[in-house]
Design a binder for this molecule. Structure first.
Ligand SMILES: Cc1cc2nc3c(=O)[nH]c(=O)nc-3n(C[C@H](O)[C@H](O)[C@H](O)COP(=O)(O)OP(=O)(O)OC[C@H]3O[C@@H](n4cnc5c(N)ncnc54)[C@H](O)[C@@H]3O)c2cc1C
Length: 336
């Protein structure tokens, strides 16, 4: 694709569905569901693309069997696994030239952040990244994305003609509304020519180890930098025990080694959705929020009334956690 010679776009939207080793990324279905809703409202056909080697695309396509899609593209080449941006740019570019979609959706993953802005740039466009909400205004798709570490949410619309490149924040959309299909979508194989990349892939980044599966916890007490010192964790631990909750933390607590990495909640930690999430001294940075905002009831204690955590909290206490937590423990003690 070339900015100076734009191809006419088709009435199609395309989702790049991420996979590793043939397994779909956890956020694949929520991204598909969001794209389905927008494509249906615009009267667009929705297609999905899986990039990888032949074994990976074959396995991943089976996981999409049940989704309502107009077509699934298996874009395959041995040089697409393991992931290298250079090879993916060639393959994704070949697919876009063939399909000319009007809207191109990505999961806002590390991989997307690596190659999708360059892919958009090659088409003379930009990627609207980390989108948390979508709405239509006439022909336009209005994308909301967080700014300044989640302190503001801004709305973006493309000022250039399609294609529109956008990546959806993990956890921002629900997979519950995914439209299922009675029959599997037609599958097409594209085998682009990919030369020897100049870059060789290293070991993939290992996110927080998961000896503890916080995703199954019914209640979580999470601590942030407001706890000040490692020894003060005992206070949060006591509250967690009395509530029958798991103890979790924001990243600085785990980075300091005060709690193991598998207790970290957020974009580089675990994603949780307990019935109760009690955040103690956590500011509510976007990287933390994406890991816990699906919690049923969010309660927050923070001495700063303007802390972003209060924007998503159902119950908030503005105050010193060193006064509030002992008071809560004492109430629970009285209740036996
Ligand atoms: C690529 C990347 C990935 C990241 N991944 C994650 C991740 O997975 N998880 C994550 O959590 N972060 C992650 N981060 C870090 C994130 O940006 C924030 O820096 C971090 O979440 C802040 O942690 P915090 O809220 O504990 O600390 P702070 O932002 O320092 O907030 C501390 C809060 O405690 C309050 N406080 C202080 N004293 C008291 C008191 N006595 N009583 C009550 N409240 C008090 C303050 O008002 C403040 O709001 C990531 C960052 C990057 C760049």
């Amino acid at each position: 694709m070339n900015a100076s010679t734009p191809s006419p776009v088709s009435a199609t939207a395309l989702v790049f569905v991420e996979q590793r080793g043939g397994r779909l990324a956890a956020a694949a279905l929520e991204t598909l569901a969001a794209a389905q809703a927008q494509a249906a409202a615009a009267g667009f056909a929705l297609e999905a693309a899986i990039l990888g080697n032949a074994a990976e695309t074959e396995a991943a396509v089976r996981a999409l069997d049940a989704c309502a899609l107009a077509r699934i593209w298996r874009v395959q080449h041995p040089r697409l696994a393991p992931y290298v941006a250079e090879a993916w740019l060639v393959a994704a570019g070949a697919l876009l030239r063939k399909t000319n979609p009007a809207w191109i959706f990505f999961i806002h993953s590390y991989q997307t952040r690596d190659f999708a802005p360059r892919l958009a740039d090659r088409a003379g466009r930009v990627l609207i990244g980390d989108v948390i909400a979508l709405r239509r205004e006439g022909e336009q798709l209005v994308c909301t994305r967080p700014m300044y570490q989640g302190k503001l949410a801004a709305e973006f619309v493309a000022t250039l003609p399609p294609p529109l490149f956008l990546s959806l924040q993990i956890g921002a959309f629900s997979a519950d509304n995914l439209q299922r299909a009675a029959a599997p979508a037609p599958v097409e194989i594209l085998e682009p020519e990919i030369g020897e990349p100049k870059v060789r892939a290293g070991e993939p980044y290992q996110e927080a180890r998961q000896a503890v599966d916080l995703s199954k916890a019914e209640k979580i007490v999470a601590v942030g930098r407001g706890i000040r010192e490692a020894k003060n964790l005992d206070l949060a631990r006591e509250l967690a025990e009395r509530l029958g909750a798991e103890l979790a933390a924001s990243r600085p607590i785990c980075d300091n080694g005060w709690l193991p990495m598998d207790r970290q909640v957020g974009s580089s930690g675990q994603t949780v959705a307990p019935r109760l999430y009690l955040a103690l001294g956590i500011s509510g940075a976007i990287q933390h929020l994406v890991g816990m905002k699906a919690s049923r009831l969010i309660a927050a204690v923070n001495k700063d009334a303007a802390a972003p955590i209060f924007e998503i909290a159902d119950i908030g206490a503005v105050g010193d956690l060193f006064e509030i937590v002992p008071a809560l423990i004492s109430i629970l003690q009285q209740q036996g």
